[in-house]
Structures are given as C-alpha cells and as structure tokens.
Design a protein around this ligand. Structure first.
Ligand code: ZN
Length: 272
C-alpha cells in the first residue's frame, strides 16, 4: 500500500500510488484515514463525481503533507555518528520532543528561515505513521497495524535557539519546520535496514542505514507509548544521521529512501 494526499480543484483527496514504468502515479482514490475528520465529513457529503479523478503522475499533482497528525513526536540522537558530531554523550534512553502540527510543510514547499535564528539546519529523517490507537506497548508486542507505514521528513532545527532555549519548542517548531511526504508506504522495511540520503543543491550530505539506529523502532514505540497514547495518523520522526548542516536562502533539499520517493523543499529567508 502506498498513498499520498493532494488537492485538486477545491477538494482534498487521498490517492493510491503505484509505480508505472519507473514513475510514481496516483491511480485512484485511497481509503480515507480515520484521523482526517474534515475529509471524512466531506466524503459523507460528496456526490460520486465529487471525489473522482483521472490517474495522474504524482509529479503533476499538488501534493500535501500525507498525514494530519494529532502530534509529531521526534527522537533526538538516534544514530551513533550524529551523536558524535554534535559532541554529545551516547544516550542511555531515547531523547524525545515534539514538533507542532502547525510546523508541517507540504512536499515541494518552502522552509522560511525565521528572523529569530542565525543558524537553521536540515535533518533528513525516516518518519513512521501510526495506524491504530496504542499505549504502553512492549518492545516485543506484535506491531502489525501499529505502524501504518513510513514516510520522509526534514526535522528543520534552529540550532542556536536549541542551545539557547531550555525547551526545544521554538527551535524545532517554527512554521514550515516539518516538511513531510511525499507518500506513506508499508512496502519498505526499515527494521531490516534502508538507506536514507539527504542532498542539498544536489550534493549528498547525509547517507546512513537505519540499521545504525541506537534505539530500534520497537524500542522507540515502547518508550514513547509509555508516556503518550498514540493515535492513528500520529507521526514519529526517528532521528537524523551525521552530516547535518546550515541552510541558506535559495537552497534545495531532497530527502530520499528507495520506495518512499523523494521529499523536496526549497528555502527562503524571512529575516528582513
Ligand atoms: Zn531530528
């Protein structure tokens, strides 16, 4: 299963995605996720033709962030090399923080560099999407259905504010600081190892396998759900590998994992 979310005319749609001749296509409507109440309400009211659309290449669609989470939970320091590059101690347990849903940015969108910061970094990350309500999972619980699928994110971070503020809410939470997408897929297996790559202006800056995680996904889910009930559509960013660096206006960022496509975004100054 692969799906994306996009707008067409005045309507938001969920589209089933398939690869055709090396290109990703939206082939028809995808099942409506239970967390998107506005969409489900619109679906109830819609006439049959209101939700019909012709198949189209994903590259031609006006993509939106593929999920509408109640919360975005992030894991800091989950790749050994990234812990070393920031000069931090190897963590004994996961470090978690939030990004607000208002920080979500659609694929192909523009990250705005806030005036309050002089150092904003990219952090390419694998994100997982929760499929059903869970809490207090155990690391060896059956995760079928718990993870709906995977997508890509950039955990954009104002590094100077992260150091200055005691809480990371501002550093991690500005509007546009969570590019997410372009699709959700359950056809990749990060627990068996997938390679994540981040390019800035076409140049590879991050490249790592999810086998380098300090805390594997079942352990993260157990740790996080010990504290928070996870709802369908909630998103967990699993941490970034080494190679993070500052963004400047005009940069083009691409985060990719084979099977999840490429999440691209641009960068613009908001400092004047
Ligand atoms: Zn991060």
């Amino acid at each position: 299963m692969k799906y994306c979310r996009f707008s067409l005319g005045n309507q938001i749609h969920y589209g089933a995605v398939e690869e055709r001749k090396g290109e990703l296509w939206i082939i028809g409507p995808a099942e409506a996720p239970e967390e998107d109440l506005a969409f489900r309400l619109a679906l109830e009211r819609a006439t049959a033709e209101g939700f019909d659309f012709e198949p189209m290449p994903m590259s031609a669609a006006h993509l939106l962030a593929p999920v509408t989470p109640s919360k975005i939970i992030c894991v800091g320091r989950n790749y050994r090399d990234h812990v070393k590059e920031l000069g931090n101690e190897m963590p004994a347990e996961p470090l978690i923080f939030f990004k607000p849903p208002s920080s979500l940015l659609k694929p192909g969108g523009t990250v705005r560099l806030p005036a309050a910061s002089t150092r904003v970094d990219f952090e390419g990350e694998l994100a997982l999407v929760i499929g059903r309500r869970v809490h207090k999972l155990k690391p060896d619980d059956d995760l079928r259905g718990v993870i709906r699928g995977y997508t890509l994110a950039d955990d954009v971070s104002a590094r100077d504010l992260q150091k200055k503020d005691l809480q990371w809410a501002r550093a991690k939470g500005f509007d546009t600081f969570c590019p997410l997408g372009p699709l959700v897929s359950d056809e990749v297996d990060p627990m068996a190892g997938v390679t994540i790559e981040t390019r800035v202006n076409g140049e590879i800056r991050q490249q790592a396998s999810t086998l380098d995680f300090i805390f594997p996904i079942p352990m993260l889910l157990s740790f996080i759900s010990e504290a928070f009930t996870l709802e369908p559509g909630d998103v967990i960013l699993t941490g970034t590998p080494s190679g993070v660096g500052p963004l400047k206006a005009g940069d083009q960022v691409e985060v990719s994992i084979a099977g999840l496509g490429t999440l691209a975004h641009s960068v613009e100054g908001d400092r004047d």
